[in-house]
Design a binder for this molecule. Structure first.
Ligand SMILES: Cc1cc2nc3c(=O)[nH]c(=O)nc-3n(C[C@H](O)[C@H](O)[C@H](O)COP(=O)(O)OP(=O)(O)OC[C@H]3O[C@@H](n4cnc5c(N)ncnc54)[C@H](O)[C@@H]3O)c2cc1C
Length: 377
């Protein structure tokens, strides 16, 4: 098992915080990954897996446990129905390299997610998405190794609880994941559209790319435009751009009830959250008396722009507390950035200050999007 001299997590995470953990294992093959995880679980260590480190906020104290780095690579093409392609991709494969591969081969469904940093295995963990496209739309199944049993199984996407930046695998702040497991590989099914220009689906994507509803664009054209738009916002990792020393959006867009959303200023951007499919009503045959009750009324949730709430709580882009090396991105009010050598404590202080101001202005507490390890807000 390739145990290595632990590397400070500030060098392996895009927010650039965290000391070297107690133990670090590099897993470059599927077998090494499975062995590393089973060994760690048998020892009873505290643990977490590390992909690209682009959705992690790690505290300043050394993590007392094992960090398993997932470095597996590879795209395998499986048999697929006519007009579609199935790709099984190793968990450690670079996400954007996969998007580039799909676009190069005329496969649709990932192009709007161009430029998202990180690994393929981490993508279902928070159901990554951008401009109206999310991995849930093309994910068929994942291969999971379960921390409780060490068993490997194929799990269909429908069993992962994929929702807005969430899944059963995600460790949300203040809670534990509903299922403790690691993704070994991801299988996607993508329509084979080829290289001809097509209408771009989705108002959000059309608007963000400045396209007329009837405009025809190739997949490569969409990718190019998405990358250019993201670069302007500091949302593509670039060592030359200090605004990209972030975890992307630090706060999630808030999901609130329709009645609460009505208390917010009408200018605050908002989008309806698609309700879940109708729940299936099961009436045991023995107790069925011919009466089927009407469906229970369901409330509609609304997603509101946390970036807007932050900017309208008195923060301008680039804001920093006095003498702090943490600041808001100069391009994007939702991204907290490390302006060079900031500790996790400095970033957490800024995050708490923003949360408090937004709460006193608008009455809601913004929730962090990255996974927090050894840090409290
Ligand atoms: C500049 C920037 C822009 C971003 N833009 C977006 C965006 O547009 N949309 C979006 O959704 N996200 C965005 N993000 C967030 C981030 O890129 C994604 O969440 C990405 O999927 C994280 O991948 P990673 O490999 O870096 O995960 P890591 O940060 O290494 O890990 C994140 C979490 O997933 C767990 N994990 C990692 N791999 C696995 C695995 N194989 N199995 C189980 N658990 C695992 C880790 O333990 C950790 O809890 C952005 C981040 C940055 C820095």
């Amino acid at each position: 098992m390739p145990e290595i001299e632990p590397i400070p997590l500030s060098r392996l995470t895009t927010l650039q915080t965290g000391a070297a953990p107690e133990r670090m294992i590099d897993a470059s093959t599927r077998e090494e990954l499975v062995d590393a995880l089973r060994g760690t679980w048998e020892r009873g260590d505290d643990w977490f897996v590390l992909g690209g480190g682009s959705n992690l906020f790690v505290g300043d104290e050394p993590f007392e446990g094992t960090v398993v780095r997932i470095l597996t690579r590879g795209i395998e093409r499986l048999d697929a129905p006519e007009g579609r392609a199935r790709l099984r991709v190793a968990a450690g494969h670079d996400w954007d390299a996969l998007v580039a591969y799909a676009v190069e081969h005329g496969l649709a469904g990932l192009e709007a997610m161009s430029g998202i940093p990180g690994t393929v295995g981490a993508a279902p963990v928070q159901n990554i998405g951008a401009y109206g496209q999310e991995i849930v739309q093309t994910l068929l199944e994942v291969e999971l190794i379960d921390a409780a049993t060490g068993e490997v199984s194929a799990v269909p996407a429908a069993e992962l609880g994929l929702g807005f930046r969430t899944s059963v695998l995600k460790q949300h702040y203040g809670s534990v994941p509903a299922r403790s497991a690691v993704i070994l590989s991801v299988t996607l099914e993508l329509p084979d559209l080829g290289h001809e220009p097509h209408p771009v689906r989705g108002e959000q994507l059309q608007a963000s790319l400045g396209l007329a509803p009837d405009a025809l664009v190739t997949l490569a054209g969409v990718r190019e435009r998405v990358l250019a738009t993201r670069r302007r916002k500091g949302m593509v990792l670039d060592p030359a751009d200090p605004d990209t020393a972030s975890a992307g959006s630090f706060f999630q867009n808030a999901i609130v009830s329709e009645s609460f959303a009505r208390t917010l200023p009408p200018e605050c951007p908002r989008w309806p959250v698609a309700p879940d499919l109708d729940p299936v009503l099961v009436i045991p045959l023995a107790s069925f008396d011919g009466y089927v009750p009407p469906p229970a009324p369901r409330s509609v949730d609304v997603k509101v722009s946390s970036g807007w709430l932050i900017e309208h709580s008195g923060f301008s882009k680039g804001f920093a507390l006095p003498r702090s090396r943490a600041g808001l991105s100069t391009k994007h009010a939702l991204a907290l950035t490390n302006r060079g050598g900031a500790s996790a404590a400095e970033l957490a202080e800024l995050a708490r200050y923003i949360q408090q101001r937004v709460q006193s202005e608008f009455g809601l507490v913004l929730q962090p999007e990255p996974v927090l390890i050894g840090v409290e807000l």
